[in-house]
Design a protein around this ligand. Structure first.
Ligand SMILES: Nc1ncnc2c1ncn2[C@@H]1O[C@H](COP(=O)(O)OP(=O)(O)OP(=O)(O)O)[C@@H](O)[C@H]1O
Ligand SMILES: [Mg+2]
Length: 227
């Protein structure tokens, strides 16, 4: 699938059009609950709200996907950015059995890029690693400077990816999870490429997975025209 502005327009319009009736549906459910609190006792009532919430999340993912190549660049300290992100991820999984470690090279300094979108890239990779490692695996994040490249590695000792599935995982809407959208890695791929970087994966089923993101340390994003 080639990503272009027509697809971006179509996806934005599509998610916008669905969000309106969904918002009405959500308000109606809230109203019914308020006027008739006994409905909460009905079987499947809670799954109604859950499904609406899930559809909202899908629409958020869809808009993120549509906007993934539109950069809002700024120059920022990539090292402290990654340190914050790493701390926040560690806090989010603190209650789990998963062991998380990170090593961020002190030589990493500034980068020009879209901070919010890059944050999304690493959160998506870490979330996938967590989903894979789940019960008692390990996750390791490292960032090093190699020549002019910043190399960030997200590695896990989770379930790994089969040889058949591996070539498909960056395709939009390809998921092997019960509740996945299959947009996470497609978004990562678009964002990293829009920064002039690369994203690659190596995985062995039953052993684990390593994602490697390379970003140009001195890369300057182009400014988007305001059309
Ligand atoms: N670290 C990993 N270990 C094992 N499998 C992975 C890993 N990262 C990605 N995958 C596989 O790649 C598929 C696509 O990942 P992607 O992030 O695009 O979508 P998803 O995680 O299924 O859905 P979502 O991101 O919306 O939660 C996943 O369903 C999973 O099978
Ligand atoms: Mg994902």
């Amino acid at each position: 699938m080639t990503f272009n502005q027509d697809i971006e327009f179509m996806l934005s319009k599509f998610s916008h059009e669905i969000r309106n009736p969904l918002t009405t549906l959500y308000s109606t459910v809230q109203l019914i609950e308020m006027k008739h609190p006994e409905v909460k006792e009905f079987n499947h009532w809670s799954s109604l709200s859950y499904d609406i919430e899930y559809m909202n999340q899908l629409l958020d993912e869809l808009s993120n996907f549509a906007k993934s190549e539109r950069l809002n660049p700024e120059t920022f300290d990539f090292r402290s950015f990654l340190e914050h992100l790493s701390l926040s991820f560690a806090a989010s999984i603190a209650q789990s059995e998963v062991e998380y470690t990170s090593k961020i090279d002190s030589s990493i300094t500034q980068i020009t890029g879209d901070k919010t979108k890059l944050q999304e890239v690493f959160f998506n990779l870490l979330k996938n690693a967590f989903d894979a490692a789940k019960s008692n695996g390990t996750i390791y994040l490292s960032a090093t400077l190699e020549n002019d490249d910043i190399v960030v590695i997200v590695q896990d000792t989770g379930c790994g990816i089969s040889e058949e599935q591996l070539p498909t995982i960056f395709d939009p809407f390809v998921t092997y999870k019960k509740q996945g959208t299959g947009l996470g890695l497609a978004i990562c791929d678009h964002i990293v490429k829009a920064h002039g970087g690369t994203i690659t994966v190596e995985s062995t089923e039953g052993v684990g997975t390593t994602f490697r993101v390379t970003l140009k340390a001195e890369y300057k994003c182009y400014e988007e025209s305001a059309d």
